[in-house]
Design a protein around this ligand. Sequence first.
Ligand SMILES: C[S@@+](CC[C@H](N)C(=O)[O-])C[C@H]1O[C@@H](n2cnc3c(N)ncnc32)[C@H](O)[C@@H]1O
Length: 247
Amino acid sequence: MKISPIMSNSYNNVSFSSCARIVKNKSGSIIYRNTTTFFRNDLDWNSLCMYIKDKYKNANKVNLVCYACSDGSEPMSLAMLIKENFGNDFQKFFPIVAKDVDDVIIRRAKSCFVNMDIEDIRTINNYTNNNIRNYFKFPRKALGIEFIPALINPWFKKGINYSVADIKKDCSNIPSDNTLLFFRNVWPYLADDSERMKLIKKIKSQFSKNCAIVIGNFDNKNISTHNLLLDAGLKESGLLKNVYELG
Ligand SMILES: C[S@@+](CC[C@H](N)C(=O)[O-])C[C@H]1O[C@@H](n2cnc3c(N)ncnc32)[C@H](O)[C@@H]1O
């Protein structure tokens, strides 16, 4: 897919996991940023885990669908959370479907390595009971260098299917039952409230049974995605901020 017109883009920070790539149009205005990080801290990941356990306890298959996945930090965080907390049941959540409108960032997400800094390693160890080596291999010692190259273990890599997609055109592919849809920290990049509401209505009509959507703090900065979701008839989960269900 071609995103046009892209005149410039840059990686301000070479860390994969703290990606801060900016994509601008011809006149220099920002179209969007790929900013992301492992276990981005605007979501309470431990409560999310409890929420998923309860909501999908009777489901044989759960669809974790992550649009605006950027470089993969978000779906990989989700995959680690599931693997650590669901024992043998983890298979019913895999593969996670991860999509982004940006073909450059999806190429990067599909690669088999990540560059991590010490903070990424600390965060991942925190959520995986110091089990980072179950997911990543560190081929060389990295003492004294800023970023540490890590290879994604093949079994873990297979747990996420990446592809390029614009959510506005791809809604019909969202599974309608037992779906947890991530579209986080991206709503301000849509044109205006009318485009946002059109998308919310499409997503809502796609949802049938036991579905929810997860947004981020950035989505309520300057624009109020929260109010738009409520206006469309969704309700915020009583258990967890930033998660909305059919009312
Ligand atoms: C700031 S990043 C958010 C990454 C991640 N969701 C997080 O919260 O850390 C926003 C991403 O949304 C993607 N994006 C923008 N518009 C999109 C659309 N219409 N459909 C799918 N992805 C989109 C951009 O390419 C970018 O990677």
